[in-house]
Design a protein around this ligand. Structure first.
Ligand SMILES: Nc1ncnc2c1ncn2[C@@H]1O[C@H](COP(=O)(O)OP(=O)(O)OP(=O)(O)O)[C@@H](O)[C@H]1O
Ligand SMILES: [Mg+2]
Length: 391
């Protein structure tokens, strides 16, 4: 999506585009449980937007409020710039696709897809044309006369998608639509789903607890934790510059190292002290203020190299830590090396291979990283959190 704004001849700011969907401080309580806690977000036309977070964090509740199946306790919901909180589901410019397909077992593929449009005021010809278009989009036209039970899981999921697309919503809402598929099929369907979204050009709001899926598919991701949004950003930014410790931990693997903050004189870089007393610079930061004394260094295993000796002290572009190899794990396409480092922390490095001879338990090595690939978040971690990486 293009975000480049051209200056207007009058010097006025360019008019803001109307978002396809906007949530402003939306909360949902069920009795004592606050399922969704004051979340705000905007989804632009044509955007692939994901809600990512662990089980129970409020993703489905958020989606159901957007679809109109659940009423917010407070907050505003705008659809295409119009107040939408009070509209019943069928009057909204949204359509919800569930994980469990929800196909009618006794109806053919064609009739399943035609079910929604037939109940609207469309002409018979229009319905027929739309059904064909939707089934062709998901590559299921040749299966139009089959019953759902004669389809594979992936094919059924395509039909469910066609049922959402056939109504031509401005925003298609998808709640873990690939959850029932095995990993290989899931990966194939991810790529197809993205293709279909590009082709039809409507906004998708996609719910998943699978971080890899969210990174693969999304233009932007909202990371949710306990009913709140911790970060909204494009995948690369979420991965490289997580806003919080939770985001660092939940998305991808992360080594989390407790550090002391020395100075911000070189801002945006920050100087910190590692647990072994070494001082290093950190490339980027989130949530660090002039009062922050303790923070957490985030190092991705894939960004750590191993060396036989300490980095040159004059080299200000590289950080390093001395440690001992605890174990070496062959994981197929990568080798993972776990280290016990001076001062306490445990680090993992992962690469296709390491060019160090005798990489065996007990061997002394240096874990090194490029400063600009290290990130600092302004939250502390407890010692128990440093006992290795988290998946
Ligand atoms: N109708 C309900 N009544 C009471 N509590 C509910 C209701 N629906 C959801 N909750 C609670 O709200 C919280 C958020 O639920 P939600 O279904 O939105 O989570 P989720 O992020 O979709 O999780 P999952 O990944 O497991 O599907 C949970 O604690 C859940 O138990
Ligand atoms: Mg859910």
């Amino acid at each position: 999506m293009s975000r480049i704004k051209s200056p207007s001849p009058t010097g006025d700011p360019p008019p803001r585009r109307t978002s396809a969907l906007e949530l402003v401080g939306i909360t949902k309580r069920f009795g004592d449980v606050t399922a969704v806690d004051r979340i705000s977000l905007r989804v632009e036309p044509g955007e692939f937007f994901s809600l990512l977070g662990p089980s129970g964090c409020g993703k489905s509740t958020t989606l159901r409020m957007i679809a109109g199946f659940e009423e917010p306790t407070s907050g505003r919901l705008l659809l295409n710039g119009q107040e939408g909180s009070r509209l019943p589901p069928f009057k909204r410019s949204t359509n919800l696709v569930f994980q469990s397909y929800a196909l009618f077992p006794h109806m053919t593929v064609r009739d399943n897809v035609a079910y929604g449009p037939r109940r609207s005021r469309l002409s018979r010809n229009e319905v027929t044309a739309r059904v064909e278009e939707a089934l062709r989009t998901v590559k299921m036209w040749e299966f139009a006369d089959r019953l759902p039970r004669a389809l594979s899981g992936g094919q059924r999921q395509r039909v469910a998608l066609a049922r959402g697309l056939v109504n031509r919503p401005a925003v298609l809402l998808l709640d873990e639509p690939l959850g029932a598929l095995d990993l290989k099929l899931r990966r194939e369907m991810q790529i197809e789903l993205k293709e279909i979204q590009r082709q039809v050009g409507i906004s998708f709001v996609y719910v998943t607890h699978d971080q890899e899926e969210a990174l693969t598919l999304s233009d932007r991701i909202a990371v949710m934790n306990r009913g709140r949004i911790e970060q909204i950003a494009p995948p690369e930014e979420i991965f490289n510059r997580p806003a919080t410790r939770f985001c660092a931990d939940f998305i991808g693997e992360a080594n989390l190292v407790p550090v002391e903050v020395n100075s911000r004189s070189d801002a945006p870089r920050v100087n910190v002290t590692l647990p072994d007393g070494t001082r290093v610079m950190v490339g980027t930061t989130s949530g660090i203020t002039s009062d922050t004394r303790r923070a957490t260094l985030v190092l991705r295993p894939s960004r750590i190299s191993l060396a036989g000796s300490a980095p040159d002290p004059a080299d200000t572009t590289t950080g390093g830590f001395r440690g001992r190899v605890r174990r070496v794990i062959f994981q197929g396409s990568v080798v993972r090396v776990d280290l016990d480092c001076d001062g306490g922390p445990h680090l993992s490095a992962a690469a296709a291979g390491f060019d160090i001879p005798d990489l065996e338990p007990g061997r002394e090595v240096w874990a090194t990283w490029r400063i600009e690939q290290s990130h600092l978040v302004g939250e502390t971690i407890s010692p128990s959190d440093t006992t290795g990486t988290t998946a």
